[in-house]
Design a binder for this molecule. Structure first.
Ligand code: UDX
Length: 462
C-alpha cells in the first residue's frame, strides 16, 4: 500500500453500484486510496474518460474531484486484490436463466468466481464487503470459499447492502436514510464492522449507521425492495379499480398517503415498476421462501411481480381497445423508454414490454427518449427496422402518428407543445399517459382523447 494513504480500498465491479459508491467514498475520504476494477475493459476505459459509462446527476463532478487523486479505475484485478485492505464486491447477481431456480434464484457464479480470485491473489488479511444484493446467507458461502484456502490469510466477510436509487444515486449516497453494516458477532467480525463504520462516519451521522448481524443485513435489502415494489403494485391494483368506478387514483393516493402510518411517497400509479432490482430481488425472496417450504409467503411476494406484469399487459390492452381494437399499421410514439426519469437505464423497463406488445399487434412504433435511446436500440435489436424507429425529437417522431404513450416521467415531456404535436397527428389523436404526468383536462380540451392510469378516460366519442 502506498504510504500517503491510510487505507487501500478495492471495489470489484464498476457498475451502477460500485462506480458511484466508490466515487462518493473517494470524494469524502481523501485519506483512502480507492481502486475500482472490472473485467470489462471498455467500461473501465469510459470511467477514465469524459464519457462515463453511466449517467447519474452529479456523478461527473464527484469523479472530477477524486479521479487521479485517490480514485483509480483499472482492469488489473489481481494487483488490486493484493494491495487492498478492504474489498467491496459489487459484481452483478442477475436472475438465473438456467437449471434449478431458473427465472427466480440469483445467479451467483460471478460472486463465486470473484471469491476464488480474491483467495488466489491475497497475501494479507482482508475485510470483504458484499455490496451486491444477494440471497440470505450468501456471505456464508463466500466465507467458506475464502477461508478454505491454505495461504494463512484471514478474511472477514461483511454485508453492506446498497440502497441507492438510480437517478438520485449521488444524493442518496451523500445523505443516506441509513447505512447498514452486518457482520458476524464474533470479536473479529465486530472489529471488521467497526472499520467499515469508520469509513462511512467520515460523512454520515453516526445515528444513521446501523449495525446488525450479517443475515439481517442481507435480508433487509431484499425486504426493503420487496416493500417498495409492493407499494407500487398495491396502488396499481387499485388504479384498475378506479378506472372501473370513476374514482380517481390521484385522489385516492393523496387521501391514503396522508395517513402518517402509510406515508405519501412511492404511491404514484404507473404503467409498472422496472429497474434492475425490484423484480430480481422479489423473485429471489420467493425462491428462498420456497426453499424453506414457506410457500404461502412465497406466493404472497410473487403476487407483487404478477400484478406488475398484469399492469403492463393491461396498458397495451387498453391502448388496443381504445383505438377501435386495431393498431395494425398505426404509428404510435413512445415517449420515454428508461425505466424511470433521470436515467438512461432500461433494464426491466415497462416500456420494453409495452413496445413488444404493440409490435405484436403490428403497430408502427417510434421510440423517443432523451437518455436511453442507445440502450433501447440494443434491447430491441431483434426487431426488424421497418416496424420500429428511434427518434430523439418528439416533434419529428409524432408527425403522422395516431397516438402518443408516455412511459417515462421525463420533465421535458410535461412541457412539450402539445398543440403543435396534435396538429401534426392523424385524427382522432390519442394520448396514453402511463405516468399521470400531464394535464389531462387541458389535452382533452385541445382535442386529444386522453387515457391515463386509474382515472376515467376523457374522449370525444362514446
Ligand atoms: C430501487 C430502490 O429504490 C433502491 O433502494 C434499491 O437499492 C434499488 O432498487 P431503482 O431501481 O433505482 O431503486 O428505482 P426506484 O426509484 O425505486 O423505482 C423503481 C421503479 O418503480 C421505477 O420504474 C419507477 O418508475 C417505479 N415507481 C416508483 C412507480 O411506478 N411509482 C412510484 O410511486 C415509485
Amino acid at each position: 500500500m502506498l504510504k500517503e494513504f491510510s487505507k487501500s480500498i478495492l471495489c470489484i465491479g464498476a457498475g451502477y453500484v460500485g462506480g458511484p459508491t466508490m466515487a462518493m467514498i473517494a470524494a469524502k475520504c481523501p485519506q483512502y486510496k480507492i481502486t475500482v476494477v472490472d473485467i470489462d475493459r471498455d467500461r473501465i476505459h469510459r470511467w477514465n474518460s469524459d464519457s462515463l459509462p453511466i449517467f447519474e446527476p452529479g456523478l461527473d463532478k464527484l469523479i472530477e474531484t477524486a479521479r487521479g487523486r485517490n480514485l483509480f479505475f483499472s482492469t488489473e484485478i489481481d494487483v488490486g486484490i493484493r494491495d487492498a485492505d478492504i474489498i467491496f464486491v459489487a459484481v452483478n447477481t442477475p436472475t438465473k436463466t438456467f437449471g434449478q431456480g431458473a427465472e427466480k434464484a440469483a445467479d451467483l457464479q460471478y460472486l463465486e468466481k470473484t471469491s476464488r480470485q480474491i483467495l488466489a491473489h491475497s497475501t494479507s488479511d482482508k475485510i470483504i464487503v458484499e455490496k451486491s444484493t444477494v440471497p440470505v446467507r450468501t456471505s456464508n458461502a463466500m466465507e467458506r470459499i475464502l477461508n478454505g484456502g491454505k495461504n494463512n490469510v484471514r478474511f472477514d466477510v461483511l454485508s453492506n447492502p446498497e440502497f441507492l436509487a438510480e437517478g438520485t444515486a449521488i444524493k442518496d449516497l451523500e445523505n443516506p436514510d441509513r447505512v447498514l453494516i452486518g457482520s458476524r458477532e464474533t470479536e473479529n467480525g465486530i472489529k471488521a464492522r467497526k472499520e467499515i463504520v469508520d469509513i462511512y462516519a467520515n460523512w454520515v451521522p453516526k445515528e444513521k449507521i446501523l449495525e446488525s448481524n450479517t443475515w439481517s443485513a442481507e435480508l433487509s435489502k431484499l425486504t426493503a425492495n420487496a416493500f417498495l415494489a409492493q407499494r407500487i403494485s398495491s396502488i396499481n391494483a387499485i388504479s384498475a379499480l378506479c378506472e372501473k368506478t370513476e374514482a380517481d387514483i390521484n385522489e385516492v393516493a393523496a387521501a391514503v398517503g396522508m395517513d402518517s402510518r402509510i406515508g405519501s411517497k412511492f404511491l404514484n400509479a404507473s404503467v409498472g415498476f422496472g429497474g434492475s432490482c425490484f423484480k430480481k430481488d422479489i423473485l429471489n425472496l420467493v425462491y428462498i421462501c420456497q426453499n424453506y417450504d414457506l410457500h404461502e409467503v412465497a406466493d404472497y411476494w410473487e403476487s407483487v411481480v404478477k400484478i406488475n406484469e398484469w399492469q403492463e399487459k393491461r396498458f397495451v390492452r387498453n391502448m388496443l381497445s381504445s383505438m377501435f381494437n386495431t393498431i395494425a399499421g398505426k404509428k404510435i410514439v413512445i415517449l420515454g423508454f428508461a425505466f424511470k426519469a433521470d436515467t438512461g437505464d432500461t433494464r426491466e423497463s415497462p416500456a420494453m414490454y409495452i413496445v413488444r406488445g404493440l409490435l405484436e399487434e403490428h403497430a408502427q412504433v417510434v421510440v423517443c427518449d432523451p437518455k436511453a435511446l442507445g440502450n433501447a436500440r440494443n434491447d430491441l435489436k431483434d426487431v426488424p427496422g421497418d416496424l420500429l424507429a428511434f427518434e430523439e425529437d418528439p416533434y419529428e417522431a409524432t408527425e403522422g402518428a395516431h397516438a402518443i404513450a408516455i412511459l417515462t416521467e421525463w420533465e421535458e415531456y410535461k412541457n412539450l407543445d402539445y398543440e403543435r404535436l396534435l396538429s401534426s397527428m392523424v385524427h382522432p389523436s390519442f394520448v396514453f399517459d402511463g405516468r399521470n404526468i400531464l394535464d389531462h383536462q387541458r389535452l382533452f380540451e385541445m382535442g386529444f382523447n386522453v387515457y391515463s392510469i386509474g382515472r376515467s378516460p376523457l374522449k370525444h366519442f362514446r
